[in-house]
Write a protein that binds this ligand. Sequence first.
Ligand SMILES: *[C@@H]1O[C@H](CO)[C@@H](O)[C@H](O)[C@H]1NC(C)=O
Ligand SMILES: *[C@@H]1O[C@H](CO)[C@@H](O)[C@H](O)[C@H]1NC(C)=O
Length: 276
Amino acid sequence: MLPAAVLSPFPLFLSFSCMFIQSFFFLGSREVAFVYAISSAGVVYTLARACSQGELDNCSCDPTKTGSSEDSKGSFNWGGCSDHVEHAIHFSQIFVDAKERKERDAQALMNLHNNRAGRKAVKRFMTLQCKCHGVSGSCTVRTCWQAMADFRRTGDHLRKRYNGAVQVTVNQYGTGFTATHTHFKRPSKNDLVYLEDSPDYCIRDPQSGSMGTGGRLCNRTSRGMDGCEVMCCGRGYDTARVSRTTKCECKFHWCCAVHCQDCQQLVDEYTCKSQT
Ligand SMILES: *[C@@H]1O[C@H](CO)[C@@H](O)[C@H](O)[C@H]1NC(C)=O
Ligand SMILES: *[C@@H]1O[C@H](CO)[C@@H](O)[C@H](O)[C@H]1NC(C)=O
């Protein structure tokens, strides 16, 4: 069993993702693949960060990053605190994968694969950060450490993997996948995989867990996913003029406060029509 101190940063995060996952009925879908990947990436990131910041008893900075090493710019000394991502990956795997390791069905294989892809995504964006020493920053001596990139990099990367996710079928031995459609490449360890097509998210269908987009706020001028055209799936939208209270005429007072007035503003809101 894991010590409670190790788990303490996560319950909120885990219960959030569990809630989120439970609201999907299509557990084999591409969206669920993404949720598993980004959740397990989040656990690795949080754990490695907490270790580097000394918030947990049983872990620390990467102990292998000592002495000197070399990169394309020459040699440097390891210093500061390198995020111990290997350890975070190894450790988070034990409890994030626990439920899936008990089962051996297609769903469990899918989840395990996407969990691992998420963890690998964090490692992918580790960068070497350095500080220069020497006469007026001449950089004759460098101290470097391995640091994780901002979590957004991992998120953006997984979002792309979501777009390129591969639909798979479990092979006859139940040990791995083959691409369902023969014109697709075999999924690599970095790809997200899913088993079944997503429900039509445009249409409300409690059976499949789709909420539909009827009643959702949309943006009339956007051409993207939040735009009325895409979000309302061609059903059109309603326009309502609503009154909004905003902060306005803010003045800075020395020192240091900002006082604002409440202003009423009329704005147009657009909501998708429901299917009839
Ligand atoms: C915690 O640290 C101790 C001593 O270094 C070690 O023996 C133990 O295995 C560690 N526990 C975990 C869960 O890593
Ligand atoms: C709507 O979309 C446009 C174009 O993408 C953007 O400039 C604008 O800020 C958006 N409006 C709101 C309220 O989000």
